[in-house]
Design a protein around this ligand. Structure first.
Ligand code: ATP
Ligand code: MG
Length: 459
């Protein structure tokens, strides 16, 4: 496997090479199109001026003058109509030049060799030290015809520029490569760390450490990753706790059943004792059956959102029926129950919502005090229907009021009073209310009763 690091480095260097070639081609096109004609024009002007000066000062000595000109940075070639030739300044690398051209210039034409220098030579045409790469102008001194060919002595004029640009290019390439190597390490490092963190997470180790100080996408990714691993850890904890709770809640009725069936095997038992034991066993079986029903309901609530089968039904009828079912328990505890239930139709899943009311009412009874009271009310406002269960029971400590909606959570008071229950009721209720798009709230203080409110949106 080629690492991301190598790929990144190779890719960047490839990009550098490709863009180098492209920019060379582009600047060459620019030279050919714009700079070459300009250069030719410039040299032509210089050549014409030089010729004019020589013609106007015939006494100056042509040779000396041309020698001088070459010393300030030009390469010159001169030929006359008799074929006499002379070179001034740095020698041409290639001295070929057709006699037609020479004759044309002797006959008064101007030769634009720089402009017509072949395109293939790229920008290097500028540097080609050849006789054809010159500008030729005619020159007449004391009745004699001359042809003067001239080009700038690039070596003399631009030598240090050459070196400078050479260094510039070499240093740019070298430094770019070094910097790419270093910066890629910096870029790729957090990715390697993330990959290592993912591996350790998949092995169940949630204690991953990542640098989240970076202000870029990788920093964001790292903090999302940490957030996710935190959530996963929480879910894992919850799962473990859930399993241990279920195991405990199944184990204790089972060991009770086992204990009482052992007792029942004793032949000398009286029928009264027998009936008592059987009733205990029955109670435990009911507890187990309730627990499994609740777990099944929770599982299906967790699994899919489509479980809510909505229809319009009369909520006050439903509530009155429920109250009737609990009448004996209410009477037994000497509780006063009052309600205000306007005739109201709502949209929702009747069976699931019944589970919610059932749990809220059974809680209000279970956690009430003898001779206490319960008030149920349904109030409709603009956007929602509010269903309230108010009791005068033992109440809930403020630090526990959030936790009671957790699965299996039961306040210590509830446990110590040995009131029947699994602690799943409110978590199921909350889930159902949430699936209906509503909210469930509790308002309570220890020993001052509790008010549970379910708010269901009307639409
Ligand atoms: P289950 O409903 O599963 O049979 P449960 O009633 O104990 O068991 P929840 O209905 O989930 O479980 O309630 C969770 C806990 O919240 C209870 O154990 C109790 O401590 C507390 N609680 C709920 N309702 C009331 C209330 N009306 N007054 C005081 N405490 C309450
Ligand atoms: Mg309950």
């Amino acid at each position: 496997m080629r690492s991301l690091y190598v790929k990144f480095v190779v890719m960047t260097i490839a990009i550098m090479i490709v863009s180098g070639i492209l920019s060379f081609l582009l600047s060459n096109a620019y030279y050919q199109e714009k700079l070459k004609p300009y250069n030719d024009e410039k040299i032509t002007k210089i050549a014409l001026e030089a010729a004019e000066f020589a013609e106007e000062h015939p006494n100056l000595g042509l040779e000396d003058y041309l020698e001088n000109l070459s010393a300030i940075g030009y390469q010159l070639y001169m030929v006359n109509d008799t074929g006499e030739e002379a070179y001034y300044g740095a020698p041409f690398r290639n001295k070929e030049l057709s006699s037609n051209i020479k004759n044309d210039v002797l006959n008064g034409k101007i030769y634009h060799g720089i402009l017509h220098f072949p395109q293939q030579s790229f920008v290097t045409g500028f540097f080609a030290n050849e006789l054809v790469n010159t500008v030729g102008v005619p020159l007449q001194i004391s009745g004699n015809d001359y042809a003067l060919f001239i080009r700038p002595d690039i070596n003399l004029l631009f030598n240090e520029m050459h070196i400078l640009f050479g260094w510039l290019l070499a240093l740019t390439i070298l430094l770019s490569i070094v910097l790419v190597l270093v910066s890629t390490k910096y870029l790729v490092k957090p990715i390697s760390k993330l990959s290592a963190a993912t591996k350790s997470l998949s092995k169940g180790n949630f204690n991953v450490e990542l640098d989240t100080r970076r202000k870029d996408e990788l920093g964001e990714l790292s903090s999302s990753f940490l957030h996710m691993s935190g959530k996963l850890e929480q879910v894992d904890e919850m799962r473990k706790e859930f399993i241990s709770n279920i195991s405990h809640d199944i184990q204790s009725p089972l060991s009770n059943i086992k204990g009482y069936t052992n007792l029942l095997q004793n032949a000398s038992l009286g029928s009264e004792e027998k009936a008592q034991y059987i009733s205990v066993i029955n109670g435990e079986i009911t507890r187990l059956s309730t627990l499994t029903k609740q777990l099944l309901l929770l599982a299906s609530l967790d699994r899919d959102e489509d479980i809510v089968k909505r229809k319009t039904f009369n909520i006050s009828h439903q509530m009155k029926e429920l109250v009737q079912n609990y009448q004996w328990m209410i009477n037994e505890k000497n509780i006063m129950l009052s309600y205000s239930l306007p005739d109201l139709e709502i949209s929702g899943d009747p069976s699931l919502l019944n589970t919610v009311w059932d749990n809220l009412l059974s809680n209000a009874i279970k956690y009430n005090k003898p001779f206490g009271s319960i008030d149920i009310s349904i109030v409709k406002d603009k956007e929602a229907v509010n269903v309230t269960f108010e009791d005068t029971g033992i109440g809930i400590k403020s630090d526990e009021s959030d936790r009671i909606f957790e699965r299996f959570y039961r306040a210590d008071v509830a446990r110590s009073r040995t009131v029947e229950g699994t602690g799943l009721g409110l978590s199921i209720a909350a889930k159902i209310v949430k699936l209906h798009g509503g909210q469930i709230q509790v308002n309570s203080n220890e020993n001052e009763g509790a008010v549970f409110t379910v708010r269901l949106p009307s639409h």
